[in-house]
Design a protein around this ligand. Structure first.
Ligand SMILES: [Zn+2]
Ligand SMILES: [Zn+2]
Ligand SMILES: [Zn+2]
Length: 444
């Protein structure tokens, strides 16, 4: 069957187990933008309401005061341009009913992720009802959205029935839209922190998931425009290779297959999932600290994290993993290690912070693909921690200070390199800017 979607530098072709795959038709270089696509519908998470423009998602600041929609008092905008854009797209259908809808018992009885779903569904339905008649156009966002495969789970009727307004669209269409919703819904982030959810039909149609993806989505907010997703190549992609993105955090070693089954309706067959299958059940990390220390040592040796800190970052194959190290793939292990690092760094226990942070870096190298943005952010955090150590310890001798500064330089240059590949996303003053500031402190 021909696949009608035509995108520059990408071809959709058959895939042995998925519906199709997007392959590169030309060499795609690391850090280049593969596609750029506007949100078809998007909604802020509850904690960001009133802090950002509901139209363009830009954050409130001294230079950007937000004004309230006088109709509902619950949507906020930078200016009349954002407000008009949102009004035309969906808000004119929602404004009058929004408060009744969100104060209803039915809405309150939903779990918080279902509340967000029902609001996004509201935006989607309003958006669709404004553009009926274009549903058959294959390349329109709605046409592409309707061509997506429905998710594996039966839509939650409560979310549907709570969804406040009755749009002038075919009632039969609502479940069709809703069934394509849970599995085609992206977390929108700024500096990798989730601030909203959105639907980007073209990205859903093109890219399959991989736990070792060669591309990733970043989000751009600009005045008077809907949120834009840009898919960026994390490394060089050769012609005829598949382009993949992560649908969820590859660190979810234990739960990811279950999420794929329940939410997305596929089994991931990437190399990492294949290795995971050969490992069998993942043991819980030990509770005793000598055993943990020995596992940390094995992990650091396996990834050679200390020896490469002088050069570039190596690619660590997930093969021949020692049995004693299996528990590092337990989700509790990464959670505990991340907590130890952030707490120690925050409280000024710098030796513990640098030690646990280096072990965490070793783990990131093992579980994330090269140039994965989370690794870049972590390297920046390590650089900041080492820098704070030199500033915070006034009794530090000259040699230790120079050695610690040398570590800052290494963490910073490795981190900046990765963050530059991913590029800036979301709000201004992100991690790339922080890295520049730290660099100027280091080498004034
Ligand atoms: Zn705005
Ligand atoms: Zn309103
Ligand atoms: Zn996988």
């Amino acid at each position: 069957m021909p696949i009608p979607i035509q995108i520059k530098n990408i071809r959709l072709q058959n895939h042995p187990s998925a519906r199709s795959q997007a392959v590169a038709t030309v060499p795609i270089t690391e850090a280049s933008k593969i596609i750029s696509v506007d949100a078809f519908a998007a909604v802020l998470i509850a904690s960001e309401k009133g802090k950002r423009c509901d139209g363009c998602f830009q954050i409130k600041s001294e230079d950007r005061l937000l004004r309230k929609c006088t109709g509902c008092g619950s949507y906020w905008y930078c200016d009349s341009i954002c407000q008009n854009m949102d009004w035309k797209a969906h808000h004119k259908k929602i404004c009058k009913q929004y408060n009744k809808f969100t104060s209803s018992n039915a809405f309150h009885s939903l779990a918080s992720h279902e509340k967000l779903e029902s609001l996004l569904l509201d935006h989607l339905l309003s958006q669709v009802s404004s553009i009926t008649g274009r549903v058959d156009e294959e390349m329109s966002p709605l046409g592409i959205f309707m061509s997506l495969l429905p998710g594996p789970t039966v839509p939650n009727r409560d979310v549907l029935s709570v969804c406040g307004f009755e749009p002038p669209i075919q009632p039969d269409t609502v479940p069709l839209l809703y069934s394509r919703f849970g599995n085609n819904n992206f977390a929108i982030h700024s500096h990798l922190t989730t601030i909203g959810h959105g639907i980007f039909p073209l990205a859903s149609r093109l890219f399959n998931h991989s736990c070792i993806p060669n591309a990733a989505a970043r989000y751009i907010f600009s005045a008077g425009r809907p949120v834009r997703m840009e898919v960026i190549a994390l490394r060089n992609i050769s012609p005829d290779s598949e382009i993949t993105i992560p649908y969820l955090d590859p660190a979810l070693y234990q739960t990811r297959q279950q999420i794929f089954d329940l939410t997305y309706g596929f089994r991931c067959t990437c190399f990492s999932c294949h290795i995971l299958e050969t490992l069998g059940p993942i043991p819980a990390p030990p509770a005793s600290s000598p055993e943990l220390t020995s596992i940390e040592k094995t992990l650091r040796q396996f990834t050679q994290v200390e020896s490469f800190l002088d050069g570039g970052l190596p690619v660590i194959p997930q093969t021949n993993i020692p049995l004693s190290m299996y528990c590092v793939f337990h989700e509790n292990y990464i959670t505990n290690l991340s907590e130890t690092f952030s707490k120690a760094s925050h409280e000024g226990h710098y030796n513990l912070a640098l030690d646990s942070g280096t072990t965490l870096l070793a783990l990131y190298l093992l579980i994330y693909p090269p140039n994965y943005p989370q690794t870049g952010i972590h390297l920046l955090e390590l650089a900041k921690t080492a820098w704070n150590m030199t500033v915070g310890d006034s009794g530090m001798d000259y040699q230790t200070e120079q050695a610690t500064k040398a570590r800052v330089r290494v963490f910073l240059s490795l981190g900046r390199r990765i963050l530059t590949v991913f590029g800036p996303e979301g709000d201004e003053d992100g991690p790339l800017r922080e890295a520049e500031t730290l660099q100027s402190l280091l080498d004034p």
